[in-house]
Design a protein around this ligand. Structure first.
Ligand code: C5P
Length: 287
């Protein structure tokens, strides 16, 4: 039995650079794992089974279970697994919770089933499960591109504190991407500049999020939440991924705690987090 944490991510910057012939979009993003995580217990067993404390998805659509099925069909055996999932990361929130669960399952079952896949093999499976899944095989801080499946690890920025604020409804990533207009596309330069700063040992600044306007057009409640957090945090606020989770980056822990309390007083779900450390973890693509 393996016990494994599956941390959430935020996008410190996300630029969509164009639409691809396969219907997906090309993007450039700086992604950061943070200290809010789902907890999984994974063991071998008969068949594939999932037990969870959340009703986030029908069993056959759960990404953790689909990851197990994908690895099993890759190795072509009769292996089985039991997965217990304690959900802590809000679902449909732009925080990559399901993608992180899937990557955690791939890593754990690769070991338990002695499948012996390396970074390349696991990344292929991960990319088939979702655009954000490959990032979690690298973890920490990384620059991602393509559909999201090309991942370059970055050094951990100096400790940063964030407040995650969620308005309590789910967002469809597909709908947000579909609502993009070509005016929303940019070159990726701002995100590359941020990645460069982090590579040179700078603090994690914040960039842009090209999905933000499309999100606000589709889900006005996301903009209401954003404007509230903007007032509480005096700027330095962005949406993570396709939202609707809003992130404030106030710089220090005390300020983060104050913002989280004020956001909770407004009725929002709010958590203070910082960078999730990579040390001592099994991350097959972090070299
Ligand atoms: O890859 P994933 O299943 O997470 O993506 C969900 C949806 O988001 C896709 O079906 C697609 O409509 C959209 N998407 C996109 N371009 C990306 C990632 C996602 O258009 N790079």
């Amino acid at each position: 039995m393996l016990q494994i944490s599956a941390p959430a991510k935020i996008n410190l910057s996300l630029e969509v650079t164009g639409r691809r012939p396969d219907g997906f979009h090309d993007l450039v993003s700086v992604m950061q794992e943070v200290t809010l995580a789902d907890e999984l217990q994974i063991g071998t067993g008969h068949g594939l089974s999932l037990e969870t404390d959340s009703d986030h998805a029908p069993q056959d659509q759960d990404l953790a279970l689909r990851a197990a099925a994908a690895l099993r069909s890759q190795i072509g055996g009769t292996v089985g697994a039991t997965i217990q999932l304690r959900k802590r990361v809000p679902v449909g929130a732009g925080l990559g919770g399901g993608s992180s669960d899937a990557a955690a399952c791939l890593v754990a079952l690769n070991e338990l089933w002695k499948a012996d896949l390396g970074c390349t093999g696991l990344t292929k499976l991960a990319a088939g499960l979702g655009s954000d899944v490959p990032f979690f095989l690298t973890g920490g801080t990384a620059l991602t591109s393509g559909r999201g499946e090309r991942v370059v690890p970055l050094p951990e920025p100096r400790e940063s504190w964030y407040v995650l604020v969620n308005p309590g409804f789910h967002v469809s990533t597909r709908r947000v991407f579909e609502a993009l207009e070509s005016d929303d596309w940019t070159s990726g330069q701002e995100t590359l500049r941020l990645a460069g700063d982090i590579s040179r040992g700078g603090a994690a600044g914040i960039g842009v999020n090209n999905l933000q306007q499309a999100l606000f057009r589709l889900y006005p409640g996301a903009e209401t939440c954003f404007r509230s957090v903007e007032r509480l945090a005096s700027g330095r606020v962005f949406v993570s991924g396709s939202g609707p989770t809003v992130v404030a980056a106030p710089g220090d822990r005390g300020a983060a705690q104050q913002i989280a309390q004020a956001a909770a007083d407004l009725g929002y779900w709010a958590r203070v987090v910082r960078n999730y450390p990579t040390e001592g973890r099994q991350l097959p693509c972090r070299v």
